[in-house]
Write a protein that binds this ligand. Structure first.
Ligand SMILES: C[S@@+](CC[C@H](N)C(=O)[O-])C[C@H]1O[C@@H](n2cnc3c(N)ncnc32)[C@H](O)[C@@H]1O
Length: 331
């Protein structure tokens, strides 16, 4: 045990010194590449912090976890990114994308807005002026997202015509979509209380609105094809988003625009970058190009926003709004 610890410490030291030969010798003699030192840092984090790319690669090849987190919730990729070590950053980014393509260890196992037990659709929800919460005080939707929802609406309504939104929440995106006067505006919503509130507030009375109550997975046969589609559900996994994407060729008209709430790994800057790449790659394989439009969100996200909410689902300064369209048409 003591030996393992000493070897681990030595590996961290070799990482800090950029000593590739020493690090390789230690790894060969059985030193643990996933060792955390007394500061809670791994050899990979030390190497990334100081931009020792050869070591970053050697540790990754030896099986060091790319997604280990320091006590301040930073991964090796965050350290490389923050210190401006481009090469080390790219090596970590590639490792992250490859690992997630195969294993999906992060976002595939976390639901939107955090990991939680139970079925959200059977829970009670509470509405207040600035948020919609589930029974665990986790935010389903919050008013700070209004400018983002307006930007999403603008993107998916750029050609107006027929628009589809999946997930009503607080109706922010739908209110914005209405302002563009689409010919038809279809809304899919699965939560009975959210649906009841839609009826109470007259959404079913709007001329161009068609509400489909149910999980999108269960009502696909009632959907048509659309000029603009927005997707923003809650209590679902990354796998559900991927599954929705499989239906895009049927749901999106030629020339149509698709966008989704990009909250992927919103608690960690590097993981977020990995997932932005991953989702873009997966969409590309389906024939769609993805443009990520940066929108600053720091100013609308003071600490007070999260009062009473049990989990901050977004902690980054910039939101990357995805705008997807068929590769053929975007060329
Ligand atoms: C984050 S909110 C949407 C917020 C919305 N974009 C807005 O602007 O207010 C997610 C919504 O998706 C709904 N939802 C969750 N799972 C769903 C599913 N499988 N199918 C349809 N709606 C779903 C939730 O009940 C919730 O109303």
């Amino acid at each position: 045990m003591a030996d393992m610890e000493t070897e681990g410490e030595q590996l961290c030291e070799a990482a800090r010194n950029g000593d590739v030969a020493k690090a390789k010798a230690l790894i060969e003699s059985g030193a643990d590449v996933s060792f955390f030192d007394s500061d809670g840092l791994t050899p990979l984090m030390h190497a990334a912090k100081l931009g020792h790319t050869d070591l970053v690669k050697a540790f990754l090849e030896a099986g060091a976890p790319w997604n280990a987190l320091s006590p301040s919730n930073q991964s090796a990729g965050d350290f490389a990114m923050d210190s401006g070590h481009q090469e080390a950053y790219e090596a970590l980014l590639n490792a992250g994308i490859q690992a997630e393509l195969i294993l999906g260890t992060i976002a595939r196992k976390t639901k939107k807005n955090g990991d939680f037990e139970g079925d959200y659709l059977e829970d009670r929800v509470t509405f207040s002026e600035d948020k919609l919460m589930d029974s665990d005080s986790k935010a389903v939707m919050m008013a700070w997202e209004k400018p983002l929802m307006e930007a999403h609406a603008k993107a998916v309504c750029s050609g107006v015509g027929n628009v589809l939104n999946v997930g009503f929440g607080m109706g922010l995106v739908d209110t914005a979509i209405q302002q563009y006067g689409p010919a038809t505006h279809t809304i899919v919503e699965a939560h009975p209380e959210v649906y009841a509130r839609m009826l109470r507030t007259g959404w079913d009375k709007k001329d161009n609105v068609k509400i489909i109550f149910g999980r999108w997975q269960d009502v696909l046969s009632q959907l048509e094809s659309y000029d603009g589609i927005f997707f923003d559900t809650y209590g679902e996994y990354y796998e559900d988003l991927r599954e929705f994407h499989q239906h895009l060729p049927k749901l999106l008209k030629p020339g149509g625009i698709y966008s989704f709430f990009n909250g992927l790994c919103g608690g960690n800057a590097f993981f977020h970058v990995v997932y932005c790449h991953l989702v873009s790659l997966e969409l590309e394989n389906l024939g769609y190009s993805t443009q990520l439009i940066p929108l600053p969100v720091k100013d609308c996200l003071g600490e007070e926003v999260w009062r009473g909410v049990s989990q901050k689902y977004w902690q980054l300064d910039t939101y990357y709004l995805p705008v997807c369209q068929s590769i053929e048409e975007s060329e």
